[in-house]
Design a protein around this ligand. Structure first.
Ligand code: ZN
Ligand code: ZN
Length: 355
């Protein structure tokens, strides 16, 4: 954890910043290890403070090493004012996350300081996972794999989508997940054309496809897995579309590796679906980074610009085909970019999708 802080500190120095205020919860946890819901980091080039209130002081001391824990009795900008060295002038803040109110207080309390908006300083460090993070991600992914196995026993005609979502969440929690990685998606039959179909009161029926997108959380790290199942023998069209999506996913995984542009991986999946005639029915990005947040950098998207994959990056690969009035298919796995290419971390089978 200390290595993460040191990388940030040298980044600050290289950008001419003398400090950074971190309010974004995942950035705060990534740097300090503190998982409480309230707290602000003040990072100087040679010192690190974690400012939090009475409720969290003890927890913060237990979860962090090397950080000076400062109890906040009033508003945190007043603590920053007390801690800020008088001879320094440039304090960065997270432009996307510091509230206007927080910024306003800081600028009033530290009138001689130059408050510098920054973007993505910590998020770019988070793109390459370290060994400790990979171990936690693997645990979260293993839980989701167990969930996929559980689904094979719990999916049956006449159960509602809501019941399936609830049972799956209960099962994952029972197995050690800290919560649902996001509100689970269960979309059956024609509702499968909704890429983010909220589970409803609709019952599953024999002959339908059902797409389930879910994930677990382990020590703050998320997994994200989608499987589409067929309730009974699929029709030739259901089977054909399932195979196209699998082929698109394999193509994208084969293309992924260090130095490969994110947009190129997205294109690899898109080309397979387009050449099968379903290009208009795949409208979302192919994947996203996953870690302390369920969606984080980088994105595997046509709009990813010059972003490239780096060794240690963990991303989902999740192409789909969604046909209004008919239904849909999506398959999603998590991959790790290695020095050689990509390792698929999810183990849940895809070849036996017929229940
Ligand atoms: Zn997902
Ligand atoms: Zn996803």
């Amino acid at each position: 954890m200390w290595a993460r802080l040191q990388r940030l500190q040298s980044k600050l120095a290289s950008q001419g910043l003398e400090g950074l205020v971190v309010v974004q919860p995942e950035n705060r946890r990534y740097l300090s290890g503190f998982s409480g819901s309230e707290g602000v980091l003040l990072i100087l080039t040679d010192k690190a403070y974690l400012c939090t209130d009475f409720r969290y002081v003890e927890q913060a001391a237990k979860q962090t090493t090397g950080w000076e824990i400062v109890k906040v009795d009033t508003a945190w900008p007043e603590v920053v004012k007390l801690l800020w060295p008088k001879d320094r002038r440039k304090l960065g803040f997270e432009a996307q996350y510091l509230s206007y109110d927080g910024w306003h207080k800081l600028s009033q309390l530290l009138p001689a300081i130059n408050l510098v908006p920054t973007s993505g300083l910590v998020e770019t460090l988070r793109i390459q996972k370290d060994e400790q993070e990979l171990a936690l991600l693997r645990q979260a992914i293993a839980l989701a794999d167990k969930g996929a196995e559980f689904l094979r026993t719990c999916l049956s005609p006449d159960r509602t989508e809501k019941e399936v979502a609830l049972e799956l969440e209960f099962f994952l929690r029972d197995q050690g997940s800290e919560g649902a990685a996001f509100p689970f998606i269960v979309a059956s039959g024609a509702r499968g054309s909704l890429p983010h179909g909220e589970p409803g009161d609709k019952k599953l029926r024999q002959g339908e496809l059902v797409t389930i997108d879910f994930g677990a959380i382990y020590q703050g790290y998320h997994s994200d897995l989608t499987r589409t199942f067929s309730l009974g023998p699929p029709t030739p069209k259901q089977e054909a579309i399932y195979e196209i999506v699998l082929a698109a996913q394999s193509k994208a995984i084969a293309c992924a590796g260090p130095g490969v542009r994110c947009a190129e991986v997205d294109q690899a999946a898109r080309d397979v679906i387009a050449s099968a005639g379903y290009g208009d029915f795949f409208g979302h990005a192919t994947g996203h980074g996953v870690g302390l947040a369920i969606h984080e950098a980088p994105r595997l998207s046509p709009r990813a610009g010059t972003d490239v994959l780096l060794s240690g990056t963990v991303v989902t690969v999740e192409p789909g085909i969604y046909i209004p009035g008919w239904g849909g298919v999506r398959t999603e796995d998590v991959i790790l970019i290695t020095d050689q290419g990509a390792e698929v971390l999810s183990q849940a089978p895809k070849d036996a999708f017929i229940l």
